[in-house]
Design a protein around this ligand. Structure first.
Ligand SMILES: Cc1cc2nc3c(=O)[nH]c(=O)nc-3n(C[C@H](O)[C@H](O)[C@H](O)COP(=O)(O)OP(=O)(O)OC[C@H]3O[C@@H](n4cnc5c(N)ncnc54)[C@H](O)[C@@H]3O)c2cc1C
Ligand code: FES
Length: 279
């Protein structure tokens, strides 16, 4: 019988420093058959582990169309992630998954898409953005609003510039604390509403960031005409099993690991403890 808790070894092919405390790891499963067959959807996560150190959920940031490898963008936040940050190319980590639901790209075909991310919130959305660009003709215009505390904390700096060149795509960046090197917008991500027209009655929004940002962004989106069911939010919760067995990640009756991590605002609004979900 298949043991769902058994992780698979994966080799680090390359490491890219995104910011002071964040790196992107390109990984390939050691088992070549698994490397070829591993499939996932944008928004899903994997459980990443290092033997004797620990395990944590990490979103897949690469696009499912890129076969043979996957990318994870990891912030040095604690015991496990600190140990992962000390690894080098050719070192091994363990992975099980993919888990969770995904951003429903089929449902938003032809719509204008709005991505709003804060800090380390861009990596989960990058998988969706890349999937949209893979099939650019299937969607309307794309707007990406991304904010970080400082210019140094922005992830995927070069890629953000290349996204600006895509058809019918607008990328707006902002930082809370600008320095002399920064010539772009300054202020929290919601201040970007003053820089571009966000009004819509049919657009879909994809949101990921720290809880305080989520609250303010959802308010702005509702005021701009987005419908509750067209606002997709990816949530973080402390997890253990990742497969709906241990109960660690519950919000009311929902388990973030299997019912989420992507929820619409219409779902979130009805959680008994809505404030806890985005706090
Ligand atoms: C679905 C999902 C996707 C994620 N995707 C990513 C991703 O793409 N990239 C990424 O970098 N991170 C991601 N995370 C977050 C990541 O899983 C956590 O930061 C994880 O705790 C890191 O493990 P660690 O052992 O390094 O840190 P930990 O030792 O767990 O510490 C991390 C921080 O959390 C605090 N903490 C630890 N346990 C608790 C607790 N029980 N209650 C309150 N605070 C606690 C610690 O004090 C510390 O500040 C994701 C989380 C989820 C649920
Ligand atoms: S992490 Fe165990 S039920 Fe969700």
């Amino acid at each position: 019988m298949k043991n769902e808790y058994v992780p698979h070894p994966a080799v680090i092919e390359s490491i890219r420093q995104e910011s002071g405390d964040t790196k992107t790891f390109k990984l390939a499963f050691e088992d070549k058959t698994l490397a070829k067959s591993f499939d996932y959807k944008p928004g899903q996560f994997v459980q990443v582990s290092l033997l004797g150190v620990g395990e944590a959920p990490i979103s897949i940031t690469s696009s499912p169309s890129q076969k043979g490898f996957l990318e994870l963008t990891i912030r040095d936040a604690g015991k496990l992630t600190h140990a992962i940050h000390r690894l080098e190319p050719a070192d091994k980590i363990h992975i099980r998954g993919p888990y969770g639901n995904s951003f429903p790209l089929e449902e938003v075909k032809t719509k204008d898409l709005y991505f709003i991310a804060g800090g380390i919130g861009l990596p989960p959305l990058r998988s969706v953005v890349k999937s949209v660009f893979d099939k650019r003709g299937d969607f309307g215009k794309v707007k990406i609003l991304y904010g970080a505390k400082t210019p140094q904390e922005l992830c995927f700096k070069e890629e953000l510039q290349s996204w600006k060149q895509m058809n019918d795509t607008e990328v707006l960046l902002t930082v809370d604390e600008a320095d002399e090197s920064w010539k772009d917008n300054a202020g929290v991500v919601t201040t970007l509403w003053d820089k571009t027209d966000m009004t819509t009655s049919s657009g879909a929004a994809f949101v990921c960031g720290p809880p305080i940002m989520l609250r303010f962004v959802i308010g702005k989106l509702l005021n701009s005409g987005f419908k509750d069911e067209s606002i997709y939010i990816t949530l973080e919760r402390y997890m253990k099993c990742g497969i709906g067995k241990c109960g660690h990640c519950n919000i009311g009756e929902k388990f973030v690991c299997i019912d989420g991590p992507v929820f619409t605002y219409s779902q979130l609004r009805n959680f008994p403890d809505k404030e806890k979900a985005i706090a």
